[in-house]
Design a protein around this ligand. Structure first.
Ligand SMILES: NC(=O)c1ccc[n+]([C@@H]2O[C@H](COP(=O)([O-])OP(=O)(O)OC[C@H]3O[C@@H](n4cnc5c(N)ncnc54)[C@H](O)[C@@H]3O)[C@@H](O)[C@H]2O)c1
Ligand SMILES: [Zn+2]
Length: 390
């Protein structure tokens, strides 16, 4: 037995108009300061005004939200008593909004106690709307919440199926102002979700099609969106890709590139999509022999051919090469060294990187689970930019 969860999804240009019809009294908008500055919060607020809903803005969410920020947001929610929580932004504000909502409803819980095995009994006080302004995380449709424990320099995944949003509003107009590097980073996150959702041990018939659809869209439209941010067709298709990939991996699981990316990002403060995008080709090369058919299907779906032969493993390996080519086309780094991390700093962090990645929840579903030593090797190969050959 398995589950597939999803919010109601309103998508396409002008989807924000759906807010005009919302029924309620008070909305707490959870967001970040940059989105206030860019005017995106004002846009959302004006739609809620039309609906006759009062708003309060909590704009203190930092990239990779901390448990402390969530606690502050919960205090604000308790005082304001909203009947809607609106998570507006990239994955950081949307994840913070999910956690704030859960703890507003369940003041007896600690963030680390939000897990899939308990009954939360949400929706007694409020409901949740998610509105992504980046095209990447899929957090608008997933129930997973990624918080950072700043003391331990560690990301932790929490969440429960109940805390999936009631409604996700996927409007590409909110993404046209993303600069090229943010477009590239978040697009690679969507790509990694699609590939890992399709190849992880928990993929299902329900999620496969969504992942294939997303990977095709990313290969076709991400270079266009990076080259010309005002290309609204590319923006729209990438926004849809991110949501499809979110439904795909969110109802299956992520895998090794996420386990490795989480740890590198938490220690060196690198954007999530950039780190997982770097590790993706290395992890494909490592795991291809364990699921050659799955990777080959993905390669074929994006017209990726092998020069080394027509066997499934060769075709699977060609996918890694095509992803590196895509990264170069959109000016994204393909090795840890290219991130500007000095070898000495990398080597002093290596034990912690391997330890944390080995224990990351996304590692459980890897189709070829690495040994501790293999994982160490993978980090070293990814530092130097050497294709994996073991
Ligand atoms: N819950 C999930 O399923 C899930 C999945 C993947 C990643 N995540 C988490 O999501 C977070 C990353 O989210 P993200 O990559 O979307 O970035 P983000 O939310 O951290 O935002 C990064 C920066 O982009 C800016 N920004 C956002 N939208 C913009 C726009 N339209 N124009 C200009 N600037 C804009 C923000 O203000 C911020 O400064 C990480 O914490 C990651 O762990 C969660
Ligand atoms: Zn991700």
């Amino acid at each position: 037995m398995w589950y597939f969860v999803s919010p109601e999804i309103v998508f396409g240009e002008g989807a924000l108009d759906a807010l005009d019809e919302l029924e309620g009294h008070r909305a707490l908008i959870v967001t970040d300061a940059m989105l206030v500055e860019l005017g995106l919060v004002a846009q959302v607020k004006s739609h809620l005004d039309k609906a006759g809903i009062e708003t309060h803005i909590f704009d203190a969410v930092e990239p990779d939200p901390s448990v402390q920020t969530v606690r502050r947001g919960v205090e604000v929610a308790r005082e304001y008593e909203p009947d809607w929580i609106v998570g507006l932004g990239g994955g950081s504000p949307m994840d913070a909004a999910k956690a704030i909502w859960v703890l507003y409803e369940r003041p007896d819980l600690d963030p680390a106690e939000i897990n899939p095995f308990i009954t939360l009994g949400l929706r007694q006080k409020a409901r949740l709307i998610t509105i992504p302004t980046t095209s990447g995380t899929g957090a608008e449709v997933t129930w997973g919440i990624v918080l950072t424990d700043t003391e331990e320099q560690r990301k932790m995944g929490v969440g429960n199926r109940e805390n999936v949003a009631d409604m996700a509003i996927v409007d590409p107009c909110l993404t046209v102002g993303m600069p090229p590097a943010l477009t590239a980073d978040t697009g690679l996150d969507a790509l990694t979700h699609a590939v890992e959702g399709y190849t992880c041990a928990w993929h299902t018939d329900m999620t496969d099609g969504l992942c294939i659809s997303a990977i095709r869209l990313v290969f076709e439209f991400l270079p266009r969106a990076v080259a010309d941010g005002s290309d609204i067709e590319a923006r729209e298709r990438m926004h849809n890709a991110a949501t499809c990939a979110g439904l795909g991996f969110g109802n299956a699981m992520a895998s090794m590139a996420h386990a490795m990316g989480h740890t590198l990002g938490a220690i060196f403060h690198i954007p999530h999509g950039r780190t997982v995008g770097i590790f993706l080709p290395y992890t494909i090369e490592f795991a291809a022999c364990a699921a050659p058919d799955r990777y080959a299907e993905l390669a074929e779906s994006v017209g990726c051919h092998s020069d080394a032969g027509e066997g499934k493993t060769e075709v699977a390996l060609a996918l890694a090469k095509c992803i590196r080519d895509l990264c170069r086309e959109i000016n994204s780094p393909t090795s840890i060294a290219e991130l500007g991390i000095y070898r000495t700093a990398f080597e002093s962090a290596l034990d912690k990187l391997v330890d944390d990645a080995f224990n990351d929840t996304s590692m459980v579903t890897a189709c070829r689970g690495p040994s501790y030593d293999e994982l160490r090797q993978l980090f070293l190969y990814a530092y130097e930019g050497r294709p994996v050959d073991f």
